[in-house]
Design a binder for this molecule. Structure first.
Ligand code: GTP
Length: 674
């Protein structure tokens, strides 16, 4: 709401009070309400002569005395699972049953707040919610963190686990144990957390909870009796889950008598209040007005607000040892609230907690505005989006064909797609994303270059900057250890796909009489773009895949250029294994031929290594006369058709004299199933 509109509201107190009533009426704990309420308050506070106290909200009235929850009546837990096994649906039920949200049809996946999460039906960002639960006459404070299931976001899972003492490991009663179930189990196991296996979707016709229990026994060595069978959708046995959380997950350690010490496990940026850091308090207490220090930057801040997330912000007087909540302390940049940082009070210095390793980008791509006139707008959109996603790295970049832009690093391809979608949806930005590449390394042999780079080993995130063989003693490529779970009927097809992707089998076990778990060592480059799609399609959707980093290995790599009418297109340059250059070059030329529409002249599409052309395709000349079917003199119809053609051209980028659709840069890397 604009300031002038608010000024008018403020002119008469009766209108002001009506406005407050109106806001209270619309008060539901949803984020849009929280944002609009906040903007309104902010707008008022900038008006001269008006000092504004926040109107008390239902939350403030319901204000809880958190000192009544000593650590032994707190349980902090995460919900982890393979993608789509029902984490967010279970979180909804737990929120409803403990009264945090109303039980309505509208309240679906309330913790998935982003538009992309709702559209894609996936969780991208971990979300925290504090619940009050009455167990055997005692009130408990349960802090739940719903985590994403997709491998690209496993960093979110591992840092959420650091705030917890236990997990609910959800497994679909029909699909059984899948690749991310295994990966997430090991994350929790290595963090020494209590693991409660929950078999979900028992209402499905094909549910076979008995089979899933024996898989859990075999793969994770957890007795079948410990599994809880539920239907998150219908609410069946969900109460048992809450009971198990209290009974089986230990309370957090740490006492309120110790000095204040908190771990920042997540943070997001609010344009009005700065950084909102999600913290797990490991000792002591903190309140508004305290002077707080961040261990990383050693900067001092005054605490403005602390509270719980229920799931929206719920301000409280204090936060105590064992509790999970948020803190706002005037930090202007998410870099000031580094994830993994320790917070303490100015007068009580403590030793920093171990923290986490920063997330390492696995996929890099160039991002450019569709038109250079949109550069500033895109820059501010990227800046704002990265404020809330610190795992994205940004470097300025420029290209002959696409002008000034950036090279961004992401945790995986889905992460890149989600970022791109958010740029388009939330910031209305139109972007060209170039072919993604993985971070290769080169060990330099030229003394001059070593001096220039300050090190013998360099990382290459842009194929156009790939150093020549003559100055390099060795190239290295990133490797991953992949886990594939699938019905044994598809084993043959899967093995030949893995072989095709230079995979080396490390292990293969049956997890029951029909399902196989295979471990393969892959070059990351071979699986990053389309491996999962192909695996899904050749196994009729039954196979699942997850991977973890497995260091670097020496490889015989070369740079391959793609040329349009003899002109190399830097944005389509790729790094390939020497043995694969011919097949890759041929396939890329074919796909480019399919992606680029016929134009008024012939276009030669070539792949070249050095000066040698290794593959060629030709796009024949063609003039599309959009008015051909338009007889007679209806000028409005003609204008409409010409406008449509012009719209189509807007989605293309001219390289040399060739119009290239913006999707072509990524499609060129997608291989077809054999
Ligand atoms: N029949 C049935 N469907 C369920 C049940 N629980 C969840 N689902 C459905 O399964 C799908 C996935 O559920 P989500 O809760 O989004 O799964 P998720 O694990 O949070 O997914 P990600 O966050 O993307 O990993 C949705 O269509 C749910 O409606 C259940 O108990 N029974």
């Amino acid at each position: 709401m604009s300031v002038c509109l608010v000024t008018r509201f403020c002119q008469t107190s009766s209108i002001l009070s009506q406005f407050k009533i109106c806001i209270r009426k619309s008060q539901r704990y949803n984020s849009s309400y929280a944002v609009s309420r906040h903007r309104w308050i902010q707008s008022l506070s900038v008006l001269p002569g008006i000092t504004f106290r926040r109107t008390s909200t239902q939350a403030d009235k319901d204000s809880v005395d958190l000192s009544k929850f000593p650590a032994d009546r707190i349980r902090n837990f995460c919900i982890i699972a393979h993608i789509d096994h029902g984490k967010s649906t279970l979180a909804d039920r737990l929120l409803e049953m403990t009264g945090a949200i109303a039980k309505t049809e509208k309240n679906k996946q309330v913790l998935d707040k982003l538009q992309v999460e709702r559209e894609r039906g996936i969780t991208v960002k971990a979300q925290t919610a504090s619940l009050f639960y009455n167990y055997e006459g005692e009130q408990y404070l349960l802090n739940l963190i719903d985590t994403p299931g997709h491998v690209d976001f496993s960093y979110e899972v591992s840092r959420s686990l650091s705030a917890c003492q236990g997990v609910l490991l959800i497994v679909d009663a029909n699909q059984g144990v899948q690749a991310q179930t295994v990966a997430n189990f090991y994350l929790a196991f290595e963090a020494q957390l209590s693991i409660i296996p929950v078999i979900n979707k028992i209402d499905l016709k094909n549910a076979d909870p008995g089979r899933v229990e024996s898989q859990i026994e075999k793969v994770f060595d957890i007795p079948a009796e410990e599994c809880i069978r539920i239907s998150a959708k219908l609410g069946t046995n969900v109460e048992k889950v809450l009971q198990a959380v209290v009974e089986r997950i230990p309370p957090p350690a740490g006492s309120i008598d110790e000095p204040f010490k908190a771990l920042v496990f997540d943070s997001n940026f609010d344009h009005y209040r700065g950084v909102v850091a999600n913290i797990a308090v490991f000792g002591g207490r903190v309140k508004k007005g305290d002077k707080m220090v961040s261990a990383h930057l050693r900067k001092t801040y005054e605490v403005n607000e602390v509270g719980l997330l229920r799931p929206d912000e719920f301000p409280t007087q204090k936060l105590f040892a064992g509790q999970v909540g948020y803190i706002i302390a005037g930090m202007k940049d998410v870099k000031e609230a580094q994830i993994g940082d320790t917070l303490f009070l100015q007068e009580q210095q403590v030793e920093a907690l171990p923290g986490f390793k920063p997330a390492k980008p696995m996929v890099f791509a160039g991002m450019y505005p569709m038109d250079q006139s949109e550069y500033q707008g895109l820059r501010s959109a990227i800046e704002r989006l990265t404020l809330n996603d610190s795992s994205v790295t940004v470097q300025k970049d420029s290209s002959l064909a696409l002008g000034a832009g950036w090279r961004l690093g992401f945790l995986g391809l889905l992460h890149m797609e989600v970022f791109n979608q958010r740029l388009e949806q939330e910031y209305n930005a139109s972007v060209i994303v170039t072919a993604p590449t993985v971070p290769y390394k080169a060990v330099l042999s030229s003394a001059k270059l070593i001096k220039e780079h300050g090190s013998e080993e360099i990382t290459i995130v842009n194929p156009a900057q790939f150093p020549e063989r003559s100055v390099v003693s060795e190239y290295l490529e990133p490797m991953v250890l992949g886990t594939i779970l699938a019905p044994d009927a598809y084993t043959g097809k899967i093995m030949s796909l893995c072989l095709d992707r230079r995979g080396v089998q490390k292990n293969m076990v049956y997890i029951d009489d029909q399902r196989v778990m295979m471990k393969y060592l892959f070059p990351l480059n071979e699986i990053v773009v389309d491996f999962y799609d192909l695996l899904k399609s050749l196994s009729s959707g039954y196979a699942s895949f997850d991977y973890e980093n497995a260091g670097y290995e020496a490889a015989d790599l070369i740079k391959m250029d793609l040329l349009l009418n003899g002109r190399p297109v830097e944005e389509l340059t790729t790094i390939v294994h020497r043995e694969r250059a011919y097949t890759m070059g041929k396939a890329m030329c074919e796909r480019l031929k399919d992606s680029i529409p016929r134009q008024m002249f012939e276009i030669a599409v070539q792949a070249a290594v050095g000066n040698k052309v290794i593959a060629r395709e030709t796009i024949k000349a063609y003039r599309k006369n959009v008015l051909a079917k338009c007889y007679g003199g209806d000028i409005t119809r003609k204008m409409k058709l010409l406008k449509k053609q012009a719209e189509g051209k807007k989605k293309m980028r001219r390289i040399g004299n060739v119009d290239v659709p913006k999707d072509a840069f990524i499609n060129v890397l997608k291989r077809k199933e054999k």
